[in-house]
Write a protein that binds this ligand. Structure first.
Ligand code: KG4
Ligand code: ZN
Length: 332
């Protein structure tokens, strides 16, 4: 089944064609990063308007790159939430109209489920059950995935998401927006042991996260040490990153062991971080746990993951109602 996926929950307008939930024929992502950079974060109204301009050309491009025409599309999957409502509505209404006009089945897809199951698009995908850490700009949460339909939330952040903490620390260091990749490059030049920021474990045996204390510790260090940013930016970035990476890996592997689950997945925008990918792979190997991480193109927001997870609902005969609406907050 040729499925058209559409994603517009935040600052990326994306469309993809995926066959049978597995084979990506095309995956187009139009990012708005340059539009929002001067403001240091996503401006919702600007984001919605930019989605309106981009949606039709992005879908056209996805079909063209897949070598398909509109008549070849057999089903449509679109992000329903969570996300910015004005942004979600652009993709959602486009998908509804496309499906209605062509008499196609369509389903609304949860953005977090799509990230969680995005590892199923890699060449040698994991089976279920799977313990997964979703770390992005909006979410940091641990899940036990029993199947593509069933996922159990084990724990989540009580304040900032990991990516949000990266972005805020990047701002303190004058690195611009978004800050994840910039902190990663700067950290590579620093000494992660020179400034030992406290590890934000909360309870070391629990699965919830908290990153606001670490963010404040970095802020306090910058405020109290003379010329901290001028002289020690690389060590601050390295110390901050070491603390985040250590806690994320500890909790993911603890959850896998708690569930006696032999495999883990790392997904979401922060999964693009090289230090996190490498250290997780090493730590998991030492415990005999298999690690699955999507390629960078599938870590950030994309529509291939939407088409892939939605395909299973379409195959089971699921069709969303034309009355269906988007939702802004976390549901799964
Ligand atoms: O999944 P995503 O593209 O969008 C959301 O749904 O939030 O994640 C974006 C987040 C941003 O906070 C960004 O700073 C972070 O992922 N990120 C990274 C890296 N690349 C992106 N964080 C750490 N290291 C990276 N290399
Ligand atoms: Zn996302």
């Amino acid at each position: 089944m040729n499925v058209l996926g559409i994603e517009s929950s935040c600052d990326e307008t994306a469309a993809a064609v995926v066959v049978d939930g597995r084979r990506i024929l095309s995956s187009v992502v139009a990012t708005q990063i340059a539009l929002h950079r001067p403001y240091g974060g996503v401006v919702p109204e600007l984001a919605s308007r930019s989605h309106i301009e981009a949606i039709a050309p992005v879908v056209d491009q996805a079909l063209a790159e897949a070598g398909l025409g509109v008549n070849d599309v057999e089903g449509v999957c679109v992000t329903q939430g969570p996300g910015l409502v004005g942004c979600l509505l652009v993709g959602f209404c486009f998908a509804k109209a496309f499906a209605f006009a062509r008499g196609l089945p369509w389903v609304g897809v949860d953005h977090l489920s799509a990230h969680l199951h995005s590892v199923q698009l890699i060449a040698d995908p994991p089976g279920y059950p799977l313990t997964a850490l979703l770390a992005s700009g909006g979410h940091t949460a641990l899940y036990y995935l029993e199947s593509v339909e069933r996922q159990v939330l084990l724990g989540q952040t009580r304040d900032d998401a990991a990516g949000e903490a990266y972005d805020k620390v990047a701002k303190m260091l004058g690195l611009g927006y978004p800050g994840g990749a910039a902190i990663e490059s700067l950290a590579a030049k620093g000494d992660p042991r020179r400034i030992a920021f406290t590890r934000p474990y909360l309870d070391k045996d629990a699965f919830d996260f908290s990153f606001s204390g670490l963010k404040t510790a970095v802020y306090r260090y910058i405020q109290t040490q003379p010329f901290a940013v001028e002289r020690n930016a690389a060590d601050i970035a390295a110390g901050f990153q070491a603390a985040v990476v250590e806690v994320l890996i500890h909790k993911l592997l603890l959850a896998a062991e708690d569930k006696a689950c032999p495999r883990v997945a790392l997904v979401g925008g922060v999964a693009a971080n090289g230090a996190l990918r490498l250290n997780l792979s090493r730590a998991a190997e030492a415990k005999g746990i298999q690690v699955f991480i999507p390629p960078l193109t599938l870590c950030g927001d994309n529509a291939a993951m939407i088409a892939a997870v939605g395909y299973h609902a379409l195959k089971a005969g699921g069709v969303s109602s034309l009355d269906a609406d988007v939702y802004s907050r976390h549901r799964v």
